[in-house]
Write a protein that binds this ligand. Structure first.
Ligand code: AMP
Length: 282
């Protein structure tokens, strides 16, 4: 059974009882098999696994789904017990932000692109909480999902630029059998929307296949974007081929060594993101 801690003091005393290395998995709860693949990877890597569950108000914009976001702590604890973790940190808002923080992390230029265009304050809020929880847990390893690829790039950048003593470990996207990337926000989708949402992964697959067939970066993003633009029930936010570290757009005919096709779209009122690695040969 994991020790459930709600304050910094409870967390500190639970951590004091651990021996050996520690891996941290940070989540907003409403856990699904995507989160659990991070927990399983953490379990393999370190002697101890700490999972944080916190719906961080700082990373939600004023018109976003902070209040509606699912909160399912009892079910989350039960799921975590199926793998076995040492400590769960599910703090109250007062424990994390006793007042509005005055010192803020400036996430820099990567945070202004793509997700940052639609969600301008999102990544500053993400890095604020990631930095805080890493300072509280002081893990050797921290696991993040490739699902949130721009977040992952920003966390790697923060850890490098601030010399944070932690190794960032990335875990591939976990998908449902029909291709939909697992997400806590999938619970917002109606039955019809759930089917319409498949267009995201289908578009990314088309792009990846286009590259395999010898297509240029421009052709890859054109074919994937074209598919998503005409998909029923889907309103495209962005679809681009980018460098996975810098999120700079890759266009033209020159084939890059590494590339990530990233997209975001609304399906009904729900905003979903997805991405896929694309390999160019020759
Ligand atoms: P969240 O609770 O949405 O903040 O996600 C917590 C962590 O789980 C982040 O590192 C996410 O990238 C990761 N994650 C969420 N969904 C998936 C998924 N389908 N596959 C892999 N990792 C995921």
């Amino acid at each position: 059974m994991a020790i459930l801690t709600r304050t910094k003091e409870e967390l500190a005393s639970a951590l004091a009882g651990l021996q050996g290395s520690t891996a941290l998995v940070m989540t907003m709860g409403a856990l699904h098999d995507g989160h659990m693949s991070l927990v399983r990877a953490a379990r393999e890597k370190a002697d101890n696994v700490v999972v944080s569950i916190y719906v961080n108000p700082l990373q939600f914009g004023p018109n976003e789904d902070f209040d509606a976001y699912p909160r399912t702590l009892d079910a989350d604890m039960a799921l975590l017990d199926t793998v076995g973790v040492e400590v769960v940190f599910a703090p109250t808002d007062e424990a994390i932000y006793p007042r509005q923080p005055l010192v803020r992390i400036d996430p820099g230029p990567i945070a202004t692109l793509y997700e940052g265009t639609t969600r301008p304050t999102h990544f500053a809020g993400v890095l604020q909480i990631v930095h805080k929880v890493m300072n509280l847990v002081r893990p050797q390893y921290a696991f993040f999902g490739q699902k949130d690829a721009q977040q992952l790039a920003l966390i790697r950048t923060m850890v490098a630029d601030l010399d944070m003593p932690v190794e960032i470990c990335a875990v591939p996207i976990k998908r449902d059998i029909d291709g939909l990337a697992l997400s806590s926000r999938n619970s917002y989708l109606s039955e019809t929307e759930r089917i319409e949402a498949l267009a995201l992964s289908q578009a990314l697959n088309l792009g990846r296949d286009q590259a395999r067939a010898g297509g240029s970066p421009q052709q890859v993003s054109d074919v994937a974007r074209g598919y998503l633009e005409q998909a029923a029930g889907v309103r495209l936010d962005y679809l681009s081929l980018v460098n996975p570290d810098t999120f700079e757009e890759i266009t033209g005919d020159e084939r890059p060594e590494r590339a990530l096709l990233v997209c975001a779209a609304w399906v009904g009122p729900t905003r979903l993101i997805d991405n896929m690695e694309v390999e160019f040969h020759g």
